[in-house]
Every structure is written in structure tokens, then in C-alpha cells.
Design a protein around this ligand. Structure first.
Ligand code: MN
Length: 253
């Protein structure tokens, strides 16, 4: 089994090391990851300058590009054979609800799916990673068990990627795996007005507080309840329920 590992936190990120450790017994790993942090770059593709892979060991490459670039480069140029799975993560921070629209971690899995490869995005729903780093270590064994199960499914669901969030708990405290849907989140005060060193007005996006809402079956509720959350996602953004009623917009009055 050939496994392509990537992330959006950069090739040196601890979460990627944890993913590699979790997945190593399950197949042959190739790592193609950005050379620096690319969080919240979503599904962006580098079009206006070339990208350069640098070999950092056997089947290990860093790329001066986005997570999407990495997956494309890996599949179409760097790997001698196509991977059986794309694994992206483990992201430093949750990717739940609308996060998936900004996330480079999830986008790498989307790119895998676009190329027809079963793909899984994995994120650690801990807050401050410096404080929670040993907790991320504790996720390796449960993550390996989960991946083992998914990788051995008789058929991976078609046109689907799996978005996994790991709860910020000690290994033995994790209560199991729950299948979920995306919740909703509201960021407050995440745009900070400030001044640059020359007294000019600038803004910094980030920080603030997050509130979550969603039903029992949503991703953040699973994390809150101590479960690993697994959300199946697809790329078709069509609002199928609206389609029928929208027909009337073009009917003569
Ligand atoms: Mn990230």
C-alpha cells in the first residue's frame, strides 16, 4: 500500500511526524509537504512562479508551494506509482464546520480526491499546541487504529474524502469514533485593528473567540463529547434542495 503524506503546517511540523509514525506500519510512505506554514491557504494553486521540490531523504520532499501543489506534484511527477491514499495532517488545530473551506489540510485531501485517490484529512482539535503537544503524541495509536480500519475497507466511498478531527484528550480518555456532519462556527473579534511601526492603520486577521453551533451529530459535539470525529465530505457544492424551487424563478409570472 502506497501512502502519500502531506500537510499545511510545513514539513517540519510535529503533527506531520505524528501522522508518519501512525501510518508507517500500514504502508510505504512518501512525504511531499510544503517547506513552510501554509495554513488557511485553502485549495490554492501556484500558477505564477515555478515550484521546486527538494529531496530531504528517501521518498521525502519539501516543496515551495501550497498543499495542493504538493499533492499534484507528488502524484504527477515525484512518485513512481500513484498512491493508494492521500493522508493530510495532522493539522495543528481543528478543522470543523466552515474551517474546511479555509483549510490547506482539507484542501490537500480535496486535491487527492480530484485526482481520483481516496483521501483523508486529519486535524488535532487542541488549542495551544505547545501546551497540548504531549496530547498530540497520545493520538498516534488511536489514529493508527482508525487509519488501519479505513485503509482496509473493502471499498472506500466514491467521490468522498474523510475529514477526521482528534479530540484533545489523553489516549485512554478517547471514547471512540463518531460519524458526524459539519457544524457551524462563528468567530468573534477575529479582525484586530492596530498600527504599524510608522503609525499607519493595519489589521491582523486571527485570534478572537470561536462559538460553535450544531446538532448532536455535528463534528464539534463529537469532539466535546470525547470522540474522534469522522465527517464524510464531497466536493459538489450544488444546493440540491434549492434546485427544484429555483425552477420557478424563470417561469412567466
Ligand atoms: Mn495548519
Amino acid at each position: 500500500m502506497r501512502l502519500l503524506c502531506t500537510n499545511d503546517d510545513g514539513i517540519l511540523a510535529y503533527g506531520l511526524a505524528c501522522l508518519i509514525e501512525a501510518a508507517e506500519p500500514l504502508g510505504e510512505i512518501t512525504v511531499v509537504a510544503p517547506d513552510r506554514e501554509q495554513s488557511a491557504t485553502s485549495h490554492s494553486l501556484t500558477l505564477h512562479h515555478p515550484i521546486r521540490p527538494i529531496e530531504r531523504g528517501e521518498r521525502r520532499f519539501q516543496v515551495d508551494g501550497t498543499p495542493t501543489d504538493c499533492v499534484m506534484l507528488a502524484v504527477e511527477a515525484l512518485m513512481s506509482e500513484r498512491p493508494d491514499f492521500v493522508l493530510s495532517g495532522v493539522n495543528h488545530g481543528q478543522n470543523m464546520g466552515e474551517d474546511v473551506l479555509y483549510s490547506g489540510t482539507v484542501a490537500a485531501a480535496m486535491e487527492g480526491l480530484s485526482l481520483g485517490i481516496p483521501s483523508i484529512a486529519i486535524s488535532f482539535a487542541g488549542g495551544d499546541l505547545r501546551a497540548d503537544v504531549s496530547m498530540l503524541r497520545d493520538q498516534i495509536v488511536p489514529l493508527r487504529q482508525l487509519l488501519k480500519r479505513i485503509l482496509s475497507l473493502p471499498s472506500f466511498p466514491k467521490d468522498t474524502l474523510l475529514n477526521v478531527n482528534l479530540p484533545p484528550l489523553r489516549g485512554e480518555e478517547i471514547r471512540g469514533v463518531r460519524l458526524t456532519r459539519l457544524g457551524r462556527r462563528v468567530y468573534s473579534d477575529s479582525l484586530k485593528p492596530m498600527q504599524d511601526p510608522w503609525g499607519r492603520q493595519i489589521y491582523w486577521i486571527g485570534g478572537g473567540s470561536i462559538e460553535w453551533s450544531g446538532e448532536e451529530s455535528s463534528d464539534f459535539r463529537a469532539i466535546e463529547d470525547g470522540f474522534i470525529s469522522v465527517t464524510p465530505l464531497h466536493l459538489d457544492l450544488t444546493h440540491h434542495e434549492i434546485l427544484a424551487s429555483a425552477e420557478s424563478w424563470w417561469q412567466p409570472q
